[in-house]
Design a protein. Structure first.
Length: 457
């Protein structure tokens, strides 16, 4: 019979901690929560301390890391798992009696909600710490919103709203979002999503896929009016990152002349925002570019600029040649001169040039002020714009992690305050995990919330 050496009952450090628990330890080591915990401890000084603040706070974090959908499941796991209890800070001498009741844990959650400002500051502290590890953090950003249904039911009766029973959500409202596109066969499609609840407005770094700013509002809140406030939020809390931003990408839900012009004029950020087709019946119909030369140059809502051959009337797209910041103009070149093909009307076209022509043929400069929604510093008709716009998918992947890993695909959250608290915690854990992995030599896995952690430094 093999003799098993006797170990001290509470010497868990002599046992190899599982990778799952290491993920939790990585968060607990990285999260800057001292001010937050001390604030709650000071508040409780004269009250009962049956369940200490620090273990309770760590338990709240563990429930998110381990994806427990309800408080009841989390507390059952604590009663079963002595090793987890000790890592969270519960007194091992008390055994499973150290585990709080559901009522006690609910009261603690209310205390956390009351200190939302400290949670938000914790988020910003983590962003600042990540900036020291990632000097180019924020060079490219992406912005999007995320629909989050409430677990509560809508309230249709004002009397019930005043005396709700806890099952209904009196803060949330209805939101609608439509998605449109074109099938390969040329037919159009549209999908309409409707939900009762809230909306997360989120800004992330496009390259590292890490959150930089966020806000939580009701489901009916507009995407378009929340873009600039997110940028201002970044400016107020992270000046160094804000000054480092070069481009901001977003889908057509954020398309407006105000958003695009203020991003560039006030914040020196190039907008990479998809353009909505407002005049569907005139989608392919060219619009006048210069009133006195309508027969020569036209453009469409996608920012494409065309020349019309004076001889054959053939329409050709001009070649985008970049943005001239000092002049505030987009520069376009003659396609015949650029590609080297014959154009029968080239000579007549060049005679109309007020500045003459050279080896580049006819050059056209368009002030972006002509239409700030259509003409932006990075012209939409270029490959560079498409390459930059593809980075927008980074925020969609972050939204996916919030759903699938951080517990928002299925949840039991009602009320705006609780929703904001829970989303703040989710983003704090995401950033803490990233910071922990970087400092633990796993920079290549900083985006992952579930990859194994062999050892916590």
């Amino acid at each position: 019979m093999a003799i098993i050496p006797q170990l001290n009952l509470f010497s868990w450090d002599k046992i190899e901690v599982s990778s799952e628990l290491n993920r939790l330890k990585l968060v607990l080591v990285s999260i800057p929560d001292e001010i937050f915990v001390c604030t709650l401890e000071v508040k409780r000084q004269k009250g009962r301390d049956d369940y200490p603040v620090r273990p309770m706070w760590n338990t709240l974090l563990a429930g998110i890391v381990f994806q427990h959908k309800t408080v009841a499941k989390l507390l059952r796991e604590l009663k079963r798992n002595a090793e987890l209890r000790q890592i969270l800070g519960f007194n091992p001498l008390l055994g499973d009696s150290a585990v709080p009741t559901e009522a006690a844990f609910s009261r603690f959650v209310k205390s956390v909600i009351e200190n939302q400002n400290l949670l938000t500051q914790m988020f910003h502290n983590l962003v600042a710490e990540l900036k020291t590890e990632l000097p180019d953090l924020g060079k490219d950003i992406a912005i999007d919103s995320k629909a989050i249904p409430s677990f509560g039911k809508p309230v249709n009766d004002e009397k019930k709203k005043e005396s709700h029973d806890g099952r209904r959500d009196v803060d949330a409202n209805w939101g609608v979002k439509s998605y449109k596109g074109i099938h390969k066969d040329g037919t159009s499609w549209e999908k309409v999503t409707k939900w009762f609840g809230y909306k997360l407005h989120l800004m992330v770094d496009s390259n590292y896929e890490l959150p930089l700013a966020f806000s939580v509002d009701v489901a009916s809140s507009s995407d378009m009016t929340n873009l600039l406030p997110l940028v201002e939020n970044l400016s107020e809390n992270h000046t160094e990152i804000y000054e480092n931003v070069e481009k901001a990408s977003a889908d057509r839900g954020y398309d407006s002349a105000k958003n695009k012009s203020e991003l560039f004029d006030l914040h020196n950020i190039k907008p990479i925002i998809d353009t909505r087709i407002l005049k569907k019946e005139d989608k392919d119909k060219p619009q006048k570019l210069f009133g006195d030369r309508y027969d020569v140059f036209t453009f469409n809502e996608q920012g494409q600029v065309f020349c019309h051959c004076p001889k054959t009337e053939e329409r050709r797209e001009l070649v985008s040649y970049g943005f001239e910041k000092k002049r505030g103009t987009l520069k376009f070149r003659c396609p015949a001169a650029h590609y080297g093909f014959e154009c029968k009307g080239r000579e007549d076209c060049e005679k109309c040039s007020p500045l003459g022509t050279g080896e580049y043929g006819r050059v056209v400069r368009i002030p972006i002020g002509m239409d700030r929604r259509i003409f932006t510093p990075v012209n939409k008709s270029t490959n560079q714009w498409q390459k930059d716009y593809n980075k927008r998918t980074s925020v969609e992947r972050v939204n996916g992690r919030i759903d699938q890993v951080l517990g928002f695909e299925y949840h039991t959250i009602r009320g705006k305050d609780k929703m904001k608290m829970r989303l703040s915690l989710a983003l704090v854990i995401m950033l803490s995990m990233a910071l922990g992995r970087i400092r633990n030599g796993q920079k290549d896995k900083m985006r992952s919330l579930i990859a194994p952690v062999a050892k916590v430094a």
